[in-house]
Structure formats: structure tokens, C-alpha cells
Design a protein around this ligand. Structure first.
Ligand SMILES: [Zn+2]
Length: 200
């Protein structure tokens, strides 16, 4: 951030009185511009034993498959955001169900909230941000062509729970290692360290 969005003057990076970390502070009007993590909301759209995935038409990770998800907009709930993203990316209508996974991605200041969702019908098509939209059975999931670790981990948990006959809310951290998007550290909360590991 270079300029104050309130008055247009240059901002400085400094620790305000009573604070414990640097903020962008306007020297002219005194406004402190706080920057906080963004919330990404999305769906696991289900039809019978199949999951809807979108092939991305945009960077990052163009040409790879993802669950429909995107940044929450102001004025909407997380469930509304998840349904909106599914409509935009897959032109699919869903009934949004229970929150299923919460992942912290501190290296990019994002929190992902993924909801289990029921596709209302088989009318879907690629939106402007997708090249293709398809339903996949578990054995058809393109594990090596998934766009993001958070998608891979959410699907992995989903199929494990489905096989076990029950779904629970899962939360964890995904931290990218070495600046390489393919290599990350996964720490599932409440697993007693059992699922803290590096993955490729
Ligand atoms: Zn200002």
C-alpha cells in the first residue's frame, strides 16, 4: 500500500502506539490501514456418488481442476458466497449444507471454508473462469491435476469420511514450503499430531 485511500497522501509503515506490529499509517490524516486475511468460500457439490469439479480457465493454476470456490463478497453470508461461486464457476445450483472443512493458509493470508452441498439438478456448464465442468466418481478424481492443496485435502477427507459412513467438520493448516505451490506442510487440528506431515 502506497497511498491513503481516505485522503490520497503517502502512507508509512510503522508500529502505531499501543500496537505490536507495523501498519500502513497515513502521515496526513492519521488513518491506520489494517490488513487482514481474506475468506475463501466454496462447495463440495455432490450428485449421487459423484463430485463436481471445475477446470480452471484462469491463473493461477490454469488447466487444473478445483472445487468451486472464491473470495467472499461484502454483505453475503459464507453459505451464500459458496453458492454464488458455484453458480459463477460451474453454472450449477446447489443446496448448501454443513460446513465440512476449514483450512488456514497463513502464507497467503487466506482462510478456506468448504461446505458439503447437494446439486439440485444436472444442469451445469463452464462459467467464464472455467474451461470445463464435470462430475467425477472417486476413482476418476484427477489427483495429479488438482489446482490447490486445499482442494486435494478436502477431497481426501471427504472420501475417507464417506467410506467410514459419517461426515464431521475438519480443520487444519496448510503451509506452503520453499515457495513451491506443490510442497506443503499439513497440520490437522485435533489429530494429536498424527496428521502433521509434509506432502508433495
Ligand atoms: Zn490519509
Amino acid at each position: 500500500m502506497k497511498y491513503c485511500s481516505d485522503c490520497g497522501s503517502q502512507v508509512e509503515l510503522l508500529v502505531p502506539d499501543g500496537d505490536d506490529r507495523p501498519r500502513h499509517v497515513c502521515g496526513a490524516c492519521g488513518t491506520i490501514h489494517y490488513q487482514n486475511p481474506k475468506v475463501v468460500v466454496g462447495c463440495i457439490p455432490v450428485w449421487e456418488d459423484r463430485i463436481l469439479l471445475c477446470c480452471r480457465a484462469i491463473e493461477p493454476r490454469c488447466g487444473l481442476w478445483t472445487l468451486p470456490a472464491g473470495f467472499m463478497e461484502t454483505g453475503e453470508t459464507s453459505q451464500q458466497g459458496a453458492a454464488r461461486e458455484t453458480l459463477e464457476e460451474a453454472e450449477a445450483r446447489v443446496e448448501v449444507g454443513d460446513l465440512y472443512s476449514l483450512f488456514n493458509l497463513p502464507h497467503i493470508d487466506q482462510i478456506y471454508l468448504m461446505f458439503r452441498s447437494r446439486l439440485l439438478n444436472l444442469e451445469f456448464a463452464p462459467g467464464p473462469e472455467s474451461l470445463d465442468v464435470r462430475l467425477f466418481k472417486e476413482q476418476e478424481i484427477p489427483w495429479d491435476e488438482l489446482a490447490f492443496p486445499v482442494v486435494r485435502e478436502t477431497l481426501r477427507l471427504y472420501f475417507r469420511d464417506r467410506a467410514d459412513g459419517g461426515f464431521a467438520l475438519h480443520s487444519g493448516d496448510i503451509v506452503r514450503l520453499d515457495g513451491n505451490i506443490g510442497r506443503y506442510r499439513l497440520n490437522m487440528h485435533g489429530s494429536g499430531g498424527k496428521e502433521a506431515e509434509e506432502r508433495l
